[in-house]
Design a protein. Structure first.
Length: 214
């Protein structure tokens, strides 16, 4: 989860490509970008012949289309990535945005359980999290996201990090683990900083130590 332009889509793409390069079969679902836009981003770091054949793209605006694709090829996917949850349509028609996001969250949870598949879904934080360290209550439009998710990863920027940067093409993204149903959580405090480096022109993330050696 993160505010707009923090790098949520790029993070999902990076996770998908990294796993696809290891032979995992990935389904990248986008409700926001076209296939051409996604491929254009991939081409920032990959030559056509190096794009993993196990990285599959699905353009879908509703949960029903996602479920149908997984149902058709259930044995073909090791990981499903969804970008992003607030703009997906539920299988149940509703005009209320809060109710729609609640339904979508529950439907995606059912898919993960039914097919025993890990789903990583991008989500927005509400506007009040802008410029602040987000918490679970900032997940936009629905308390169901907080309840349904097994793990919630927060991506956010600290103004002090940006002021120290000498390169506008690189951002320091702070990472909090706000929820972990099966283990420990962590957040950025005064004594410890958990962060990654986001190289925007390449849509790539690096751990801080390896980036400093580049």
């Amino acid at each position: 989860a993160g505010r707009p332009s923090i790098g949520k889509s790029a993070f999902l793409q990076f996770v998908g490509l990294t796993n696809a390069e290891k032979g995992k079969k990935i389904l990248f679902v986008s409700a926001e970008m076209s296939e051409e836009m996604i491929i254009g981003r991939i081409m920032a770091t990959h030559q056509p012949e190096t794009i993993p054949s196990t990285f599959n793209i699905l353009i879908a605006s509703d949960v029903g289309t996602i479920e149908a694709e997984i149902n058709k090829k259930a044995r073909d996917f090791d990981l499903v990535l969804v970008d992003y949850i607030q703009i997906l349509k539920s299988k149940i028609k509703t005009r209320d945005l809060y109710e729609r996001v609640t339904n979508v969250s529950g439907e995606l949870k059912e898919i993960a359980t039914k097919f025993n598949l890990p789903l990583i879904c991008a989500s927005q934080f509400s506007r009040k999290a802008e410029g602040n360290q987000p918490n679970l209550a900032d997940l936009k439009e629905s308390g169901a996201l907080e309840q349904d998710a097994d793990v919630v990863i927060s991506l956010w920027k600290n103004k002090e990090d940006d002021s120290l940067s000498l390169d506008d093409s690189v951002s320091t993204i702070r990472v909090d683990l706000l929820k972990n149903r099966n283990g420990w959580t962590f957040s950025n405090g005064d004594t410890k900083i958990y962060s990654v480096m986001f190289k925007k022109p390449e849509f790539r993330f690096f751990d801080v130590a390896s980036f400093q050696k580049m």
